[in-house]
Design a protein around this ligand. Structure first.
Ligand code: AMP
Ligand code: MG
Length: 408
């Protein structure tokens, strides 16, 4: 019969200290080469310099006529029509002009172009209605990107513009960090698979599916490790097996001080616990351990606690493991739309909807902040950091917030 300890033997660490302990162990994983044209979502492991000048030849910036600026307002003879994709084998001499389309290389001899709206053309004779200066409406060689110029830093998350840039430069392979493999294990005798009949007193496993989704959103490959009942041998075996296939293992439940809370004991046996208690609400029992170079997060069982703890402690590690140069969520100052009551003893991360209103970021609470009330996370795009205290923060007060999703 296991005993129930009255007080946790683990020292209480601050959120910052907990993050320091985690991030110092979350070095980027290995590097792999992938198809650059579908590499959106991946993080660059190399710096990219442009192999060439963009554009590589002077190009017409508009539809019009290529000509010589020195000819002034004199009428020109139109000697050719040039379209994109054709390299003109042509010399524009004095008094000559070539009809030219946007993006087409400007022929030799021409040093400017005039947009079609400032011209009149009759039977091959071109009237120019205004004088042009050398270089007008011509994209010069390397104007957009000089050859050898750095265009992407290592640690950059590739999105649509970056994929476009790599394609534009003809770079079809890139070196990126491997995605972390993350396993998620639920614990608890009362926890049942959502698709099965729920016995009285049974609790559907929402944590595992929410955490798997959160890990995917954070750019990871995921593996569901099922539900382990509250038996030390079963949970230990599930964790050891899970570790064989993963870089990061997340458990939920069994992390606090009850007789059925076995996670900390198991992690002490198989690895090293770096912290077992955080001054943080919701999620004080959040535990971080390593086994070799694998990271294990023992998250609390309450659905809100596990997801908020994931957001605050696990997600930055998952981003750092895949080399993201900016693994943390942006931190902003928000104005409270309504009063907010702090927890007396610990900083609390309350769920809010942040939107831009009246020239500031306005944070509206998602309602009751209980640890079991998943509805407090629905639609939330921010976590306000409410310092401990006994005085309510009135509407209009400012607090810091983590932006966890796009602004509403
Ligand atoms: P524990 O920390 O194991 O005592 O769990 C705290 C609370 O969270 C209990 O009410 C559990 O039933 C609930 N809980 C634990 N694991 C899960 C899970 N995977 N999905 C939903 N609720 C859970
Ligand atoms: Mg439990």
């Amino acid at each position: 019969m296991s005993e129930m300890l009255r007080e946790s033997p683990y020292p209480m660490v601050s959120v910052d200290e907990a993050l320091r302990l985690i991030m110092s162990r979350a070095a980027p994983l290995d590097v792999e080469e992938v198809d650059a044209l579908t590499a959106d979502g991946r993080v660059l492991a190399e710096g990219i310099r442009s192999p060439e000048a963009v554009p590589d030849a002077p190009r017409a910036a508009m539809d019009g006529y290529a000509l010589r600026a020195a000819d002034g307002l004199a009428e020109r003879r139109v000697v050719a029509e040039l379209t994109a994709g054709v390299t003109p084998d042509l010399l524009i001499g004095p008094g000559m002009a070539a009809r030219i389309m946007t993006g087409t290389p400007v022929p030799a001899g021409a040093d400017a172009m005039i947009p079609v709206e400032f011209t009149e053309e009759h039977a091959g004779a071109l009237r120019v209605l205004r004088a042009v200066q050398p270089g007008d409406h011509v994209h010069t060689v390397g104007q957009d990107i000089a050859p050898g110029a750095p265009v992407l830093e290592p640690g950059t998350v590739l999105g649509a513009p970056e994929v476009g840039l790599l394609a534009a430069l003809g770079l079809t392979r890139v070196r990126v960090y491997r995605r972390p493999r993350v396993g998620v294990l639920s614990t608890g005798d009362e926890i049942v698979e959502p698709g099965t009949v729920r016995p009285a007193g049974g609790v559907r496993d929402s944590n595992r599916y929410a955490l798997l989704a959160a890990a995917r959103e954070a750019g990871c490959e995921t593996r569901s490790l099922g539900i382990a009942r509250d038996d030390p041998a079963v949970q230990r075996q599930a964790i050891l097996q899970g570790l064989e296939h993963t870089d990061v293992l997340i458990t939920s439940g069994g992390a606090s001080m009850g007789a059925r809370d076995l996670i900390k004991g198991i992690l002490t046996e198989i690895g090293a616990i770096h912290f077992g208690r955080v001054a943080f609400k919701p999620g004080k029992p959040t535990t971080f351990a390593t086994v070799g170079d694998k990271l294990i997060f023992g998250l609390p069982g309450y659905p809100v606690s596990s997801l908020v703890s994931f957001e605050v402690f696990v997600r930055p590690a998952l981003r750092a493991l895949q080399g993201d140069a900016r693994p943390m969520r942006p931190r902003v100052r928000v104005t409270l739309a309504g009063p907010v009551r702090p927890a007396p003893d610990r900083p609390e991360y309350q769920r809010v909807v942040v939107r831009w209103a009246d020239g500031r970021l306005l944070a509206t609470t998602t309602g009751a902040q209980g640890s079991s009330r998943l509805l407090s996370l629905r639609g939330a795009n921010g976590l306000i950091l409410v310092p401990p205290g006994d005085r309510e923060h009135p509407a209009g007060a400012e607090l810091e917030a983590l932006l966890t999703g796009p602004l509403m």
